[in-house]
Design a protein around this ligand. Structure first.
Ligand SMILES: C[S@@+](CC[C@H](N)C(=O)[O-])C[C@H]1O[C@@H](n2cnc3c(N)ncnc32)[C@H](O)[C@@H]1O
Length: 280
């Protein structure tokens, strides 16, 4: 038992595994994820309704509505639906069939022209171009440096030459409060991980030099099934993010506190940027 626990709690090498698809689309977790998205009072999976409404208002005032928008990791379409209602030509991309089914039901009820595509946005290659690409709720932070460069290179191919990319990230202030720990919980989060009885062993690590954290969930079910989910997060300073975007050919035009358009305030645990392609 000692050696098994030692192995489960061992620190993995940085960005060792990418398990986002299992986290978001596993048949046991997808319904719970959708519940988190749709909970208008919680900032889990999606932001609370009041923040989403404020973002939608700011997006339409900043970019207008006569534009083609692509929302990467759109989830159940909490931004796509209201923006399509206002007249934006909206495409949502997500690998969660469960969330997209919700988004499509809403679009069909309200007779919206929003288009939803089930794909992994890391390798998705559309045949049309967009005025605005969004990646909302700090999804950029869940990607390794190589994946981030791959995604940015792809976005450059489908962003119009004068188009914009909008994304938000966690700041180093959020990293400062991360701690290493190892805990076991029975049926953690009220059966979030599995319908069957299970134990979740959560091992949290920090990588101070690279400013990355990892929460690794090892799930052991009574029926003998086991799975491991790696939740990596990169934390940025505004300068680091601007430099990384510049390396990929993007110039930052607005540095913001959040996605409601407020100017950047040092000390906040998240911030956002609007950027556009540098001319080559
Ligand atoms: C934190 S949630 C944010 C959802 C939405 N942007 C919002 O704020 O309401 C991340 C979403 O991205 C999707 N996702 C994560 N990685 C993805 C990938 N590589 N390809 C496609 N979808 C992805 C997940 O399924 C999930 O719906």
């Amino acid at each position: 038992m000692y050696f098994e626990l030692k192995k489960i709690c061992e620190r993995p090498s940085l960005w060792a595994e990418y398990t986002a698809e299992s986290l978001w689309t596993h048949p046991d977790t997808a319904p719970g994820m959708l519940d988190f998205h749709l909970n208008s009072e919680l900032d889990i999976a999606s932001r609370r309704a009041v923040s989403i409404d404020a973002t939608v208002d700011w997006l339409t005032s900043r970019f207008g509505v006569d534009i083609a928008l692509c929302d990467l990791g759109c989830g159940p379409g909490l931004y796509c639906s209201p923006l399509a209602e206002q007249g934006m030509r909206v495409t949502g991309v997500d690998f969660s069939r469960h969330s997209l089914a919700h988004a499509r039901r809403r679009a069909s009820r309200r007779k919206l022209t929003a288009r939803y595509i089930q794909a992994n946005y890391l390798d998705w290659q559309p045949d049309s171009r967009f005025d605005l690409v969004t990646l909302i709720m700090c999804d950029f932070c869940a990607l390794s440096p190589t994946q981030r460069q791959q995604l940015l290179a792809n976005i450059r191919r489908y962003l119009k030459p004068d188009g914009h990319l909008l994304l938000d990230v966690y700041s180093i202030e959020a990293f400062a409060i991360k701690e290493e720990r190892c805990e076991v919980e029975h049926n953690q989060l009220n059966h979030f991980w599995a319908r069957d009885d299970y134990y979740a062993l959560v091992a949290s690590f920090v990588y101070p030099q690279e400013r990355v954290s990892l929460d690794r969930y090892s799930i052991f079910e009574a029926n003998g099934q086991e799975r491991t989910i790696y939740n990596w997060l990169q934390y940025f300073t505004p300068l680091e993010l601007k430099q990384e975007l510049a390396q990929a050919g993007f110039e930052t035009v607005n540095l913001l506190s959040d996605l409601t358009g407020k100017p950047y305030q040092p000390g906040s645990t998240e911030f956002a940027v609007v950027c556009r392609q540098m001319s080559s």
